[in-house]
Design a protein around this ligand. Structure first.
Ligand code: AR6
Length: 177
């Protein structure tokens, strides 16, 4: 795995990076989970800017300012709701990471923090989501020297442990190739 990809356990709203990614819903008008935490930390101006965006379809991403957050930008993406795997969920989650990285690249963002999209209220299986997240980050970083750091911020010890073991497995299989 690319050494610019790191994992931390913690709260994404505290990250001192150029951009943090939000796991939002299609209306972009706020919710619980990481979205609620981001809106609370950023302040009401974030919701005011989100209201001007007219929502965001699943798999796409939109960018706003970070307001009271340490991060300058928030990239809002909408993950799929898990429906037992028969509703194109893997491809839609892949699209989320792809769209978020593409938007970051267009805004000259060099450091980015991401949560585990769709694995809370939207119930996407966490290990499966981690494999998709790391492989998209890896693809994005290949041959790209704009990014200096991609931090996956995992909320709670269990999410951190699962991501660490998936990360170690992917790093191991990359070494064998
Ligand atoms: N920092 C980092 N990760 C967090 C934080 C935090 N402060 N808080 C929660 N998480 P979820 P989803 C983790 O439910 O599944 C919202 O209401 C959490 O443990 O936030 O994509 C939206 O408005 C989980 O692993 O997002 C949508 O309606 C991960 O973030 C809906 O939930 C994602 O959990 C989106 O559902």
């Amino acid at each position: 795995m690319d050494s610019r990809i790191t994992l931390v356990e913690g709260d994404i709203t505290r990250q001192r990076v150029d951009a943090i990614v939000n796991a939002a819903k299609e209306s972009l008008l706020g919710g619980g989970g990481v979205d609620g935490a981001i809106h609370r930390a950023a302040g009401p101006e974030l919701l005011a800017e989100c209201r001007t965006l007219g929502g965001c379809p699943t798999g796409e991403a939109r960018i706003t300012k970070g307001y009271n957050l340490p991060a300058k930008w928030v990239i809002h993406t909408v993950g799929p709701v898990w429906r037992q795997g028969g509703a194109n969920e893997d491809a839609l989650l892949t699209d989320c990471y792809r769209s978020a990285f593409a938007l970051a690249a267009r805004h000259g963002i060099r450091s980015i923090a991401l949560p585990s999209i769709s694995t809370g209220a939207y119930r996407f299986p966490i290990e499966r989501a981690a494999r998709i997240a790391f492989s998209e980050a890896e693809k994005h970083l290949a041959g790209n020297d704009q990014f200096k750091s991609v931090v996956f911020v995992l909320f709670g010890a269990k999410a951190y442990e699962i991501h660490s073991s998936v990360h170690a497995r992917l790093a191991g299989s990359a070494r064998e190739r």
